[in-house]
Write a protein that binds this ligand. Structure first.
Ligand SMILES: Nc1ncnc2c1ncn2[C@@H]1O[C@H](COP(=O)(O)OP(=O)(O)OP(=O)(O)O)[C@@H](O)[C@H]1O
Length: 331
């Protein structure tokens, strides 16, 4: 493994036993995140993005799922085999998490300052006064004009965007090497979203923190991520630098997702949605999961195409028997 790799997932397959069968939530997912990189996972609802994010910190309820194949290495810790103590040491230490709804992550009955001081002192040997200074510094980095005022407030006294900025400051308070961010700005309106993402990106760049960023929004990927993995029905179907994947998508599904963006449609024209719907994960077809919705599909698609292994992780990869050429990709 490259010494700069902070997260490596190999061939991960996760299933949920259901009363009426087995739901195959992840099917052979492999991805890497390197130090300081912002890596996105993008896909429609139910494609397996959150399960991937949660598995990196083993947050799914023990006993609710089965690992069919694979491994996860987070900062040298074998996540699937580690003890609960090892995982707890990583959580909130070298690995921080930011989720969509900051109100559930912040304790509504305690002032922001008290919560930040607690977290900082749990991970750093500093006095209460020093912890308050660190907290104020982090809030100032998140562009709060009056950090002391914010520290003295309860979470409900802040707007959604302010709460999310507090949560990001909190995530950075233990100097994490990796942040797992699951739709952190989805609940915010577009202008606030952009501001919060830019601050998150600046903080991560200054500290060389890597981010695994989960989103359903291609526009957010284009603003924020260095590299991106596109996920469909529990499989990764395309990966590469954000520029390559967004400007010359190889997979028909990625092209469909991009064509459905309001930003790419000419004014007055209808948005192009992808016909059909995501297959039921407990009844996945043999072969490519996208075949029934794909205009390119053929007999060959009854065999599952894999993301070809490439020597460099930033290569543009596509799991499709009929990948689009550059000309078709922009058509
Ligand atoms: N505990 C569980 N038991 C059974 N099925 C589950 C469980 N958690 C998730 N799933 C299923 O796994 C699939 C993937 O879910 P996941 O939450 O990862 O999707 P997602 O891509 O993050 O979508 P969204 O953006 O809607 O959260 C979905 O079909 C979901 O219903």
């Amino acid at each position: 493994m490259d010494s700069r790799t902070v997260l490596s997932i190999k061939d991960l397959s996760i299933e949920f036993p259901l009363y009426e069968g087995t739901l195959k939530a992840l099917n052979g997912v492999s991805l890497t995140v390197k130090q300081g990189e912002i890596v996105g996972i993008v896909g429609e609802s139910g494609s397996g993005k959150s399960i991937t994010a949660m598995m990196t910190m083993r947050l799914l309820g023990e006993g609710s799922y089965r690992v069919r194949t694979g491994s996860i290495d987070m900062l040298g810790v074998d996540i699937l085999k580690a003890s609960e103590k090892e995982i707890c040491e990583l959580r909130g230490g070298d690995v921080a998490m930011i989720f969509q709804e900051p109100m559930t992550a912040l304790n509504p009955t305690r002032k922001v300052g008290k919560q930040m001081v607690d977290v900082i002192r749990r991970h750093q040997r500093v006095s209460k006064g020093q912890a308050e200074e660190i907290a104020a510094g982090l809030l100032s980095d998140m562009h709060f004009a009056d950090p002391e005022d914010i520290l003295a407030r309860y979470p409900f006294e802040l707007s959604g965007g302010m709460r999310q900025r507090v949560l990001i400051a909190l995530a950075f308070s233990c100097n994490p090497k990796v942040i797992i961010a699951d739709e952190p700005t989805t609940a915010l309106d577009v202008t606030v979203q952009k501001q919060v993402l830019m601050l998150l990106k600046k903080m991560a760049a200054e500290r060389k923190t890597a981010i695994l960023f989960i989103t359903h929004d291609m526009a957010v990927v284009s603003q924020f991520c260095d590299r991106v993995y596109v996920m469909y029905a529990g499989s990764l179907i395309e990966s590469g630098s954000t520029r390559k994947v967004l400007h010359s998508p190889r997979h028909p599904y990625t092209r469909g997702l991009l064509a459905a963006l309001p930003e790419t449609a000419a004014p007055g024209t209808q948005l192009k949605s992808i016909p059909g719907s995501v297959p039921d994960l407990s009844k996945l077809p043999v072969g490519c999961a996208f075949q029934s919705r794909c205009s390119q599909s053929s007999e060959k698609c009854h065999q599952k195409p894999a993301l070809a292994e490439a020597p460099q992780t930033d290569a543009h990869l596509c799991a499709c028997w009929h990948p689009l050429t550059d000309l078709e990709a922009v058509a």
